[in-house]
Design a protein around this ligand. Structure first.
Ligand SMILES: O=c1ccn([C@H]2C[C@H](O)[C@@H](CO)O2)c(=O)[nH]1
Ligand SMILES: [Zn+2]
Length: 132
């Protein structure tokens, strides 16, 4: 089973594949899924700026297409920032496939620097209980 350090390494490797010519801000994400597989993603930007997608969203897409159903842990890494914390949209996307206690590892070049939960990132989340 992938460790937090393994997820950091996978997120950092993924960031090298980012397509971020506009922001010049590459990001990598790596998800440990319920099938034991690590699914990675990097941000993919677009000339039409709002059409860019975040690293976390790409990793989630890979996870779903790989047949996995749930996020057990996720690492996020950006070389140009001490700690890259998921944006608001990504917090909602991560919550969709996580438990409240699912751990999110915020990484810099030294590895995992901070561990937070999905619930801490998205308190009072809109979740399935809200729509029955
Ligand atoms: O958690 C984050 C935060 C930002 N970005 C991307 C979006 C955009 O391509 C670039 C600058 O915001 O970083 C991510 O991929 N994940
Ligand atoms: Zn995002």
């Amino acid at each position: 089973m992938a460790s937090p350090s393994d997820l950091f390494s996978a997120a950092r490797a993924a960031s090298e594949k980012a397509y971020a010519p506009y922001s010049k801000f590459p990001v990598g994400a790596a998800i440990l899924a319920d099938d034991g597989t690590v699914y990675a993603g990097a941000n993919v930007e677009n000339l039409a700026y709002p059409e860019g997608i975040c690293a976390e969203g790409v990793a989630i897409g890979h996870m779903i297409m790989g047949g996995a159903k749930a996020i057990k842990a996720v690492a996020v890494y950006a070389p140009r920032l001490a700690l890259c914390s998921p944006c608001g949209g990504c917090r909602q996307k991560l919550a969709e496939f996580s438990d409240k206690a699912t751990e999110v590892y915020l990484c810099d070049d030294g590895g995992v620097r901070e561990t937070v939960t999905v619930a801490a990132l998205l308190p009072h989340a809109f979740d399935t209980e809200d729509i029955g």
